[in-house]
Design a protein around this ligand. Structure first.
Ligand code: PMP
Length: 309
């Protein structure tokens, strides 16, 4: 199903209509998958009539890191990249929850060694909260191992990396699951196809460490901070065995797009009692309190779109 992208997009340096947001079919990014991207969310706070882009600076910083890792010759400034997202929100009069995608790509028709010119595209999709946040999802353990840092670093949010994730999610859907968890080449838990993974074991929050071939997720960092500081929970970042999935009392995945999403079964085995868990619910609440700006904490994580526009 096509994504209902909003009519105004940002291409390179300006707002354009959706139909005009095009590049050449032989652009280097098409030939070699040499793009880096971000998925961000903005949250509508009805009381304040404000739309907050969540952790904009961190997403822009990671996009710039991705461009550096991919040896892009020209990396747009933090200010230019932040502005591109805010301009898309304003051009589309976004007064609802939305998901933003920004892609930095290699334009031009060049060879494998291309390092420029740098292109930039940003678009928005208005998205209400998913019913899956309430029900949770059933996952499988993918037969596809997660790509290794030594070959195609998952830390770099490169478009080509997502062929690995695509294999895993399509296999899962073909098998009647909602999505998939991937293991490292050594058989340890890595991450989901678009989110990081967390277990709750005996009241402790456990998540694969950044050496487990994961994306260094902004939501993962947010959840760890909220779990420790807001909820007073103990958090362990370490290698996680596959069999701990069977031992877990609760489980959830998290990402900007997935938000804090309960997992109720893995490989058809229920997690805990097969319902979203209490601690998961508490973390979910803490997360949405801060993303919507229902509480005053962490104003630096919320960039208002309408104030001062
Ligand atoms: N892992 C993968 C593979 C992802 O695609 C994403 C989504 N960007 C995440 C984790 C979560 O990252 P973040 O919290 O920064 O959105």
């Amino acid at each position: 199903m096509p994504v209902p992208t909003e009519p105004k997009m940002f291409l390179n340096d300006r707002i354009v209509d959706y139909a005009d947001c095009t590049i050449h079919a032989f652009a280097s990014v098409v030939k070699y998958g040499a793009g880096v991207f971000e998925g961000l969310r903005g949250y509508w706070n009805e009381d304040r009539r404000e739309h907050y882009v969540f952790r904009l600076r961190e997403h822009v910083d990671r996009l710039r890191f991705g461009m550096k890792a991919m040896r892009y010759a020209d990396i747009p400034s933090v200010e230019a990249l932040e502005r591109s997202v805010l301009e898309v929100a304003r051009a589309n009069s976004i007064r609802a929850n939305a998901h933003y995608r920004m892609i930095a790509f290699l334009d031009g028709d060049d060879e494998l060694t291309a390092t420029g010119p740098t292109g930039l595209v940003v678009g928005a999709v208005v998205r209400p909260p998913s019913p899956r946040l309430e029900t949770g999802i059933g996952m499988m353990v993918s037969s596809y191992p997660r790509i290794a840092d030594s070959a195609l670093p998952p830390r770099v949010k490169c478009t080509a990396n997502y062929v690995n994730n695509r294999h895993a999610v399509l296999e899962a859907k073909a098998g009647g699951y909602d999505d998939a968890l991937m293991l490292t080449a050594a058989g340890k838990l890595s991450e989901a196809t678009g989110a990081c993974s967390f277990l709750i074991r005996k009241g402790k929050v456990v998540t694969p460490d950044v050496g487990s071939d994961i994306l260094e997720s902004i939501t993962r960092e947010t959840v760890i901070e909220l779990a420790r500081d807001k909820l007073g929970l103990e958090v362990e970042e370490r290698q996680v065995d596959r069999s701990e999935l069977m031992a877990a009392d609760e489980m959830f995945c998290c990402g900007s797009g997935w938000e804090v999403l309960p997992v109720t079964s893995v490989s058809k085995q229920p997690i805990g009692d097969g319902k979203p868990g209490k601690i998961t619910r508490a973390i979910q609440k803490a997360y949405f309190d801060v993303t919507y700006g229902r509480i005053a904490d962490h104003p630096e994580w919320r960039t208002p779109v309408w104030q001062g526009a």
